[in-house]
Design a binder for this molecule. Structure first.
Ligand SMILES: Cc1cc2nc3c(=O)[nH]c(=O)nc-3n(C[C@H](O)[C@H](O)[C@H](O)COP(=O)(O)O)c2cc1C
Length: 182
């Protein structure tokens, strides 16, 4: 809603059928972190960058979720992997994020510092958080798969996370201007 002086103006209601890009453009204004699902199931590293990452789906079992486009060739290659590394990008890793999401799949890991676990899970060095996961379920959700991941191990580096907002990478800023009543 737009507040103009003392009047409240109701915005024109638009739907996805008015504009097929509306959902994409609207959701671009929602801030999120960005992750990469990475694994080496066949001697070759695969990366799937996603901003549709959802934490706190379930605590018992520990489940995370990510929405993956049905057209993703990478998902088709990694979905049966025993183990997936999920790295949450940290501040300053915007260029790396774009590289790992680039069309040239063979070049995604060029000069990228990673750690590979015995399970095949691949982690990005200096990421903000990491989770080692197994695929728990894959639910059909329109043109995406809603993928549930069960967390086997996790860690926090202390590096600030990268923020994705308005189709740009941003840093997380602290807002200390609001006094919190104790
Ligand atoms: C910032 C950013 C966020 C993205 N988020 C998603 C996402 O949530 N889900 C998804 O399926 N693809 C997402 N993508 C696109 C994929 O990373 C990838 O480019 C796409 O799946 C095509 O490559 P593939 O066929 O190798 O999977 C995102 C890309 C970028 C750069």
């Amino acid at each position: 809603m737009t507040i103009t002086g003392s009047r409240i103006a109701t915005p024109k209601v638009r739907t996805c059928s008015d504009d097929p890009m509306l959902m994409r453009k609207t959701l671009a204004q929602f801030p999120s972190g960005v992750v990469v699902l990475a694994t080496e199931p066949d001697g070759q590293k695969h990366a799937l960058v996603a901003s549709s990452f959802m934490v706190g789906v379930s605590l018992d079992p520990c489940l995370l979720a990510v929405a993956v486009q049905k057209s993703s060739e990478t998902w088709a290659s990694i979905k049966t992997s025993k183990s997936l590394g999920v790295s949450v990008f940290s501040q300053g890793q915007g260029g790396l994020t774009r590289q790992l999401a680039s069309k040239n799949r063979a070049a995604r890991f060029e000069e990228v510092a990673v750690e590979v676990h015995d399970s095949g899970a691949v982690f990005i060095e200096d990421a903000s958080l990491w989770f080692e996961c197994a695929v728990y379920d894959e639910l059909e959700a329109g043109d995406h798969w809603m993928v549930l991941l069960e967390v086997k191990q996790m860690g926090v580096s202390g590096n600030e996370p990268l923020i994705w907002h308005g189709a740009e990478f941003r840093d997380l800023a602290k807002n200390d201007t609001i006094a919190v009543k104790q």
